[in-house]
Each structure stands twice: as structure tokens, then as C-alpha cells.
Design a protein around this ligand. Sequence first.
Ligand code: SF4
Length: 346
Amino acid sequence: MPSGTNKPTAKKHPLENQRVFQNTLTKWFEAEAKDYPWRNTTDPWAILVSEIMLQQTQVTTVLGKGHYTRFMALYPTPADMAEATEQEILKAWEGLGYYRRAKNLHAAAKAITRDHRGIFPRKYEEIRALPGIGQYTAGAVASFAYNESQPIVDANVARVFSRLFNLQDRIDTTAGNKQLWKWATELVSKQNPRAYNSALMELGQRQCSLKSPDCNTCPVNNFCHCIEPTTLPIKKSAIKVTRVDEFALFAQDSHGRLLLQQVQKGERREGMWMLPRREHAATLDLPLSLKTTYSITRYHVTLRIYSSHTQDINAAEHEAWHRMENIEDLPMPSPDRRALESILEE
Ligand code: SF4
């Protein structure tokens, strides 16, 4: 077991001591809470944007690189986002990855503008009915914005509950997931759900981390029934990483324009512009400009970019020549943006 970890000292059961459990957790949170912009507001739109951004991106990226602040400055209300084009949204989301989230948020903004006259819905059921909003996100927005008593279970909360209750079943099954939501529903605070839900998430992020839970200083170790924290939660074994090779062109014409390919409907990164991909055989005679790697979901990709002279190039369908001064404004996946910047620097 990692240093800093200790076996919890359960004397009480959370469900039999609900108020004490909730108060202990919220008191700890009030003393320890990190200061994030979405915690200093009750604007449901600002909270929804933060929740969607944080679904698959670390706080350090969302905040440290200014994504959240920039996005909120561009689209301070659902109506502002609803008016934007998909290309503008993809550009604003650049660097965060998982672009499906940006499209879902765009769809939610349009639904709020169309069906709720631009006013963010007040009822949980209405929030839940927005496109792309699941049970967790609806509960988070309702509790953080409206202080409504709604349960939440995200990856952090799932880990905390599986340890608190020493859950020996897999959490990625229907039964395991149902059990987690049952505990979340039974335990959610009626008095101060905003602070309680925030506390639960913060506990998972900081105290009850995946690899180094610090049970010694955990505010709820008195309620925790797990025996080997680092063995929980139980999930189906990790999906194997698949290695993939991609071959792309760096091709400029005599006017200095760059050839780019637009990702088509139904494909990952739909609508974005990337360096044109080619079959390996088509790049065999070309000089290598750059070799780089990146990871996306379960794929580890090696991207090789070859220089090509325009006389060798036929722009394929969905490809177009772009003036260099316009490239910055096009939505482009981060690996392509980084690779392009490296080539141009050289
Ligand atoms: S909740 Fe997590 S950090 Fe706290 S005692 Fe239990 S396993 Fe340890």
C-alpha cells in the first residue's frame, strides 16, 4: 500500500449516521475547498460548461490553459453559444479534445434558446431532458446552481462509495452502477446539497485518489469500511492499448497555401481541419518532416508527416488549399496543430 495510506478505522456506518457523515464531510470541504470559478457562481450555464469540460479533461488543463475563462468570455449565455456556427464552436473547444462534448453543449444551448426562451431551465427533469445531459450532469447542475437535493455519481464519487462501503462487486455493471446511485440517493444532503456534493467530489479527487488514498488524514475514515483501499473499485480489466500508424502530408503550393483535409460527418473530430492523411504506400518516396505520437481513447498513434511538392499533389475529395494566415482560425485537432507548429518553426 502506498505511503500515506492507512487502513480506515470504521466505527460508524454512513447510512446509520447520515447527518454526522454529511456534516463531517461538508465541514472538511468548507475548510479545504479549492477555489474554482465554477464554485463562485450559481449561474447554471457557467456550471454546465465547467461540468462538460471537466468530464474528460483535467482541472489543470481547463483552468491552467485558460480554456474555461476564454470559452465563458466568448459564450457567456446559452443564447450566445446557440448563435455560433459549428466551426466557431470547434475552434473555441480546440485543445480540450473529445469534440463530441462541444457539439452536445451546442445542442443544449440551442434547446435552451428555442424551448426555454434562453432561460436556463429550473427543474431537474427539464435539465435532464436537454440534449447530451446525463443523470450525473443534471444532478451536478441542479445541486450546484440551485442547491437542489440531487444525487451525483461520477468516477470520483464511485471510487469513494465503493471504498466507504467496501463494495466487492464490479462498478461497471448495471447492478454495480445501480448500487452506487442508491447509496448516493440515500446519502445526499437535504440541508446543503451544494456543499455536500462538492465535498464528495473533492474527497475523491484529493483524499481518496485512485493510487494513493490518504486514509490517515481522511475526514470520513471513521465511516469507511474498506480493507484494502487500492484494490477498489473493481472494474473489468483495462482495455488494451492499440497501436496505430498515421501518414500525413505537409504540402504547400506556390502561393504558400497549405493543403488540409476536413474530417467528415460521423468520424471522430467531425468538421475539423487536419493535415491530409494518406496510405503508407503513397508516402514511400517522400522525405519525412516530423514523427510524433499522441494518445486518444484506447489508441496510441504514431503520426508521420511527409513533405510534398505541389506538382505531386492532387487534392482529394474533402481537401482544400488554405492561406497560411487563415490556418490559426480553423478548428484543428491538437496533435495536428502541434505538429504543424513544429514543422513551421523549423
Ligand atoms: S474514503 Fe478513501 S481516503 Fe477516506 S478512509 Fe476510505 S479509502 Fe481512505
